[in-house]
Design a protein around this ligand. Structure first.
Ligand code: UDP
Ligand code: MG
Length: 313
């Protein structure tokens, strides 16, 4: 088939300090080209790297006009990088991939076929195990998926990666969500469309290091819950009702005790202290929960841009 007739698959790749991995990633995808019925276009997003990532991208761009890049003025986070990629990328099909080859490129032909055939609007991937990852991390990840699936309206596929191929129509839908607090895992399912998931075994990074600390993952998980569920707010009200009910019961008991055994009411101040502490604890936690939602609303109304571009090609 002639080059010009082929449709294009835009591959979006977020990068934070990945000078060692970009070359390996590019080579792996170029090697796949004969198996792909489309032209490849790369949309690298340098998320404020402090190493030689930008220089590697500039070199690659000079060699291959299918390589495009956007470079941020600082680190805005992977979500912002994905969003920038989705906004900039042109092509009938769009793929999102990590650069560290933890997303197996050899799955791409099968994924693309699912979307090209029109059978699916997106083909995503999920890790069927988490071998090589700290056990405690996997445990928390499992709890997170259990929790968010209970309290959110959209389903979250356990172990789902951001690695996916989507139709242009679906990308347009994703971009129509203008929220600045983006949680892609939820947004991808929220927009609907028909998605198939392909499972694969977890694998290690080819080079470099993960840039996510446990604390960052925790914050990410909380952001996801706030973004896709208001159940915590309902729980706060529920707590309030239960505490109110208990206090009414307590009041009735005190009146009865006063009538049956007068002059014993002065007993029980330790329990009083415990009750006061318990209630103020519940109140503070509730305020914290409400505060998270207010903070999210506050960040949203500021309408700050998700990222600032310093360099682009
Ligand atoms: N990444 C990014 N911005 C960040 C953190 C990570 O663009 O603030 C990129 C990173 O370069 C990689 C991808 O997101 O291409 C996944 O990151 P990583 O491999 O560190 O995460 P893990 O696989 O450990 O979840
Ligand atoms: Mg990785």
């Amino acid at each position: 088939m002639d080059m010009a007739e082929k449709e294009t698959l835009a591959v979006i790749v977020p990068l934070l300090n990945e000078e060692e991995t970009i070359g390996l990633f590019y080579a792996a995808l170029e090697a796949l080209k004969p198996e792909l019925p489309v032209n490849l276009a790369y949309w690298f997003v340098d998320d404020g790297s402090t190493d030689g990532t930008l220089a590697v991208l500039q070199d690659l761009h000079a060699q291959d006009e299918a390589v495009h890049f956007v470079s941020f003025s600082r680190n805005f986070g992977k979500e912002a990088a994905l969003y920038a990629g989705l906004t900039q990328a042109q092509g009938e099909y769009v793929a999102v991939m990590d650069v560290d080859l933890q997303d197996p490129p050899e799955l791409l032909p099968e994924m693309l076929a699912g979307v090209c055939s029109g059978e699916f609007d997106a083909v995503g991937t999920r890790r069927v195990n988490r071998q090589g990852e700290a056990a405690i991390r996997s445990w928390f990840a499992d709890r997170f998926y259990q929790l968010i699936n209970k309290i959110s309206d959209v389903p979250f596929v356990p172990g789902a990666r951001d690695f996916r191929v989507m139709s242009r129509q679906m990308v347009t839908a994703i971009l129509s969500l203008s929220e600045t607090q983006r949680f892609s895992k939820g947004i991808f399912t929220w927009v609907g469309f028909k998605t198939k998931y392909i499972g694969f075994e977890n694998r290690a990074r080819v080079a470099g290091q993960t840039s996510w600390s446990f604390w960052q993952l925790t914050k990410y998980a909380i952001a996801g819950i706030v973004s896709f569920s208001t159940v915590p707010l309902m729980l706060v009200s529920l707590f309030g009702f239960v505490a109110f009910g208990l206090s009414v019961l307590g009041a009735i008991l005190i009146v009865i005790r006063e009538l049956l055994y007068p002059a014993t009411s002065a007993f029980g101040w330790p329990s009083l202290v415990v009750i006061i502490l318990f209630m103020s604890g519940v109140q503070l936690v509730s305020l914290g929960v409400i505060g998270r939602y207010i903070a999210a609303a506050y960040l949203e109304v500021k309408k700050r841009p998700l990222y600032i571009v310093k360099d682009k090609a």
